[in-house]
Design a protein around this ligand. Structure first.
Ligand SMILES: [Zn+2]
Length: 343
C-alpha cells in the first residue's frame, strides 16, 4: 500500500541525501542541518502539516516524518565524523574552561514525546504548577472527601481549607487541559496534550517520587472512541521505542473517566520475557479511559453530543524503560556520573 505521503518523504530524503554528498566543510554541513532539520527546516515544517492530513492517515504520516528525521539525524552524525563540526574547526581554548552542559534525560524524553504527539495532530499546551483545587480536583470529578485530596497525598500551599478553595502543587496535568478548554472556549473536535511536572506527597522509593513528569492527552469529538485511543497510543509507543507495539486494556477506576483502563504495552525489548517486563512480555504504562460526562460538562462541553478519551503516562517511566534505569530517584539525585551518560 502506497500512501501519497510516502512520496513526499521519499523525495525529501533523496534531496537531502544528494546535497549531503557534496558537502565538504563544517559550515556547509551546518547550513544543511538548518535547512532540513532546523526549527524552520523542511522536515519539521512538513511534520507540522500533519493536522491537514486526512484523520486516518495522520498516525502514519507522523511515523513517516519522525522516521525521516531520525534517518537524517543519523546521516548528519555520520557526516560530522567525516568533515568535523564547526567547534572542531575553531582553535581550541588553551585555558581550562568549564565544560558545556547538556540536557537532562527527562527533558530529552519529554521533547521526543511532545514531537510525536504534535505529529499526531495534538496541540501541546502548558500551564501553572501551582493550581487551584477547583481545576486540579473538582473539575475532574474528584469530590472534596476523596482520599487523593488529603494532605497526606497532596501538597497544599497553606493549611487545607474546609471550603476546598485552596491552592495545591498540581497532582496531574489534567488541570492544564481543563483550563485550556474553558479559557479558550474550545469547541470539539479538539485534541490537546500537556506534558509537565506534577507533585504527590509520596515517600520516594525506586519506583515512586514526590515530583515526576507526566504526559497527558485529551481528544474530544462527536464520535471519538476507544479505537481512536488505541491507535494514537500504539503510534506513540511504537514511534518512541522504535518497534511496533500493541497495547492491552485492563479495567481500572479513575474518577475522571468511565470506563477507565489500566494500560499495558507489549514489551519492545524482548520476544519471550526479560528483566524490564518482569518476564511477562507486558509492561504497565499508565491509565486511560473515556472522559466522564461530568468532566465534559465541567469543561462546558455537551456530553450528549460529544465524547472523548484521556490518558496519562509517566515521562520518567518512558525514560527508565528506554535506558534500563531501575531507580527513579536517580533523576533528582544530581549525581553527575549518572547524568553524564546522557551527554
Ligand atoms: Zn521484555
Amino acid at each position: 500500500m502506497t500512501e501519497p505521503a510516502d512520496d513526499i518523504f521519499a523525495q525529501l530524503k533523496q534531496q537531502a541525501t544528494e546535497q549531503l554528498k557534496k558537502i565538504t566543510t563544517p559550515e556547509e554541513l551546518e547550513q544543511w542541518r538548518v535547512n532540513f532539520l532546523g526549527r524552520k527546516g523542511q522536515v519539521p515544517r512538513l511534520l507540522r502539516t500533519v493536522k491537514d492530513q486526512p484523520a486516518e492517515q495522520r498516525a502514519a504520516f507522523g511515523q513517516h516524518g519522525n522516521k525521516l528525521r531520525q534517518e537524517l539525524e543519523g546521516l548528519l552524525t555520520a557526516h560530522q565524523k567525516k568533515v568535523g563540526t564547526r567547534a572542531m574547526s575553531q582553535p581550541q581554548p588553551k585555558v581550562n574552561q568549564a565544560g558545556l552542559g547538556h540536557l537532562h534525560p527527562l527533558t530529552l524524553t519529554r521533547r521526543r514525546l511532545q514531537n510525536i504527539m504534535a505529529a499526531l495532530g495534538f496541540l501541546i499546551i502548558e500551564g501553572p504548577e501551582v493550581e487551584e483545587e477547583k481545576y486540579d480536583f473538582d473539575a475532574l470529578n474528584i469530590p472534596f472527601e476523596h482520599p487523593a485530596r488529603a494532605e497526606t497525598d497532596t501538597f497544599y500551599l497553606a493549611p487545607r481549607s474546609p471550603r476546598g478553595d485552596g491552592r495545591v502543587l498540581r497532582t496531574s496535568t489534567s488541570a492544564v487541559q481543563v483550563r485550556a478548554v474553558i479559557e479558550n472556549d474550545l469547541v470539539p473536535p479538539f485534541q490537546i496534550a500537556s506534558p509537565g511536572r506534577v507533585f504527590r506527597n509520596e515517600k520516594p522509593d525506586p519506583t515512586h517520587e514526590s515530583t515526576f513528569y507526566q504526559l497527558e492527552a485529551l481528544m474530544v469529538g462527536p464520535s471519538v472512541t476507544v479505537a481512536d485511543y488505541r491507535s494514537i497510543t500504539e503510534a506513540l509507543f511504537s514511534t518512541f521505542f522504535g518497534k511496533v507495539a500493541s497495547i492491552r486494556l485492563r479495567p481500572g477506576y479513575f474518577p475522571f473517566v468511565e470506563p477507565g483502563f489500566e494500560i499495558d504495552m507489549s514489551c519492545p525489548f524482548c520476544q519471550s520475557g526479560c528483566r524490564l517486563c518482569k518476564q511477562t512480555t507486558w509492561i504497565e504504562m499508565g491509565g486511560a479511559g473515556m472522559v466522564h460526562p461530568n468532566v465534559l460538562s465541567n469543561m462546558n462541553v455537551d456530553p450528549e453530543k460529544y465524547q472523548g478519551f484521556a490518558f496519562g503516562y509517566g515521562i520518567d517511566r518512558f525514560t527508565m524503560l528506554q535506558h534500563g534505569i531501575d531507580d527513579i530517584r536517580l533523576f533528582w539525585s544530581g549525581d553527575i556520573r549518572f547524568l553524564k551518560q546522557f551527554a
